[in-house]
Design a protein around this ligand. Structure first.
Ligand code: FAQ
Length: 311
C-alpha cells in the first residue's frame, strides 16, 4: 500500500474525520470493518430467536405487542448493518453464507436458552443494556455508514432496555414465585451478559489496532466495567441479587470490583459449542431455505419488468 495514502488515512482518522465508502482505506481496515459489522448484523438477526420463542406465550396483549415491536426492531437493525457492510464491497449473499457455514461469528449471548418469561425481561434489561453500552461509543466510530446506523439503533435499544427493566419490575412486585423467576433469570443471564463485551483487553487481538483506527472508541474492559457500574444499582432497585460473591464497591477506584469471568465457557461458545448453537444456526438456515420462493418471485418480477422496458 502507498505509504503516503496510509499516512493521509491515519491523519484523517486521528482528526476524527469520518471515512466514507469511496474514500481510500487500508485493506486491513476494510476487512476489520466487514468482520465487525457483519458479526454485529448476524447478532441482531440471530438475536431475534431467543425472544421469538416467547411471542406466542406472552402473558398479556400489551406485553405481546411490545415484544413483537422489539423483535421487529432487531430485524431492522440487522438490515441497516448489512447495508453498512455492503458499502465496503461485500455482498449480502456472501455475509449470509458465512453465517450459515459457521465461518462468521455472532454474539455468544444468543446461544443461551430462554426458559421462562422472566428471561424476556432479563434480555431487555441486561442484553440490550450491554448492547447500548457498547453501541453508544460506536456512534463515533470512524466509518461513516456504521456510525450513522448506530444513531437510530441506540435510540431503539434504549426503549428495549427499559421495557425489559419494566417487565422485571412488575415480576418482582408480583407473587413470590414471580420474584423467584426474576431472580433465576438474573442468575442465568448475568455472566453471559458480561461476556458480550469480548475477551479481556490483554487477550483481545483486535482491540489495539481498532482503537488506533477509531473503529472501537473504548476497550472491552472499559465498557464491561461501565456496564457493571450502571447495572448493579438497578439490580438493587429490583431487590435482586447479582450472582457474584466477589462483587464489592471499591471506594478508591470509584468502581465495582467483580469476580472472574469463566473464559473457558466464553471461548467454547465462541467456537460454536454454545448450549443452543446448533438450533440457532439451523433456524437461520431453515428460514433462508423456506424463503427461497420469495427471492425467486422477486427475481422473476425483475426480469419481467426489464423485458417490458425493452419492449
Ligand atoms: N461473541 O479481539 P476481540 C445485539 C470474537 S448486541 C462472539 O476483542 P473485537 C443487540 C471476536 O469477533 C450484540 N464472538 O474482537 C440485540 C474476535 O474473533 P475474530 C452484538 C466474540 O471485534 C439485543 C475474537 O473474539 N454487538 O445484537 C465476542 O475487537 C437483544 C477476539 O475478540 C456487536 O457486535 C462475543 N461476545 O471486539 C439483539 C457490537 N467477543 O472475528 C437482539 C459490535 C469477541 O477475530 C436482542 N462489535 N468475539 O475471529 C464490537 O464492538 C466488537 O466486535 C466486540 C469484539 C466488542 C464484540
Amino acid at each position: 500500500e502507498d505509504p503516503a495514502k496510509v499516512a493521509r488515512f491515519e491523519e484523517r482518522v486521528a482528526a476524527d474525520e469520518f471515512i466514507e465508502p469511496n474514500d481510500w482505506m487500508p485493506e486491513a481496515y476494510r476487512k476489520t470493518l466487514v468482520r465487525q459489522i457483519s458479526q454485529h448484523a448476524h447478532s441482531e438477526i440471530v438475536g431475534m430467536l431467543p425472544e421469538g420463542n416467547w411471542l406466542t406465550r406472552a402473558p398479556s396483549l400489551a406485553r405481546k405487542a411490545i415484544l413483537l415491536a422489539k423483535i421487529q426492531d432487531e430485524a431492522g437493525h440487522g438490515l441497516y448493518l448489512y447495508c453498512a457492510a455492503e458499502t465496503l464491497g461485500t455482498s449480502r449473499q456472501e455475509m449470509i453464507e458465512a453465517l450459515h457455514s459457521g465461518k462468521a461469528k455472532y454474539s455468544t449471548i444468543f446461544n443461551y436458552p430462554t426458559l421462562t418469561w422472566a428471561d424476556i425481561g432479563a434480555i431487555g434489561w441486561l442484553v440490550d443494556g450491554a448492547a447500548i453500552m457498547n453501541q453508544v461509543p460506536l456512534q463515533r466510530t470512524s466509518y461513516g455508514p456504521y456510525a450513522r446506523a448506530m444513531v437510530r439503533i441506540c435510540k431503539e435499544e434504549s426503549f428495549h432496555q427499559r421495557q425489559g427493566f419494566d417487565l422485571l419490575l412488575q415480576l418482582v412486585n408480583g407473587t413470590p414465585e414471580q420474584k423467584a423467576m426474576a431472580q433465576d433469570a438474573l442468575g442465568r443471564w448475568w455472566w453471559p451478559s458480561l461476556m458480550m463485551f469480548g475477551p479481556p483487553d490483554d487477550q483481545s487481538p483486535n482491540t489495539a489496532r481498532s482503537m488506533r483506527w477509531r473503529i472501537k472508541r473504548e476497550t472491552n474492559d472499559e465498557l464491561r466495567q461501565r456496564f457493571v457500574d450502571a447495572t448493579v444499582p438497578q439490580a438493587e432497585l429490583l431487590g435482586l441479587k447479582v450472582p457474584d460473591p466477589d462483587l464489592t464497591w471499591n471506594e478508591e477506584r470509584g468502581h465495582y470490583d467483580f469476580g472472574e469471568i469463566d473464559w473457558a465457557e466464553f471461548y467454547a461458545v465462541v467456537r460454536g459449542d454454545g448450549p443452543l448453537a446448533k438450533e440457532r444456526l439451523k433456524a437461520r438456515r431453515d428460514a433462508w431455505d423456506q424463503g427461497a420462493w420469495v427471492r425467486e418471485a422477486a427475481d422473476a418480477y425483475e426480469a419481467k419488468q426489464a423485458q417490458r422496458s425493452l419492449a
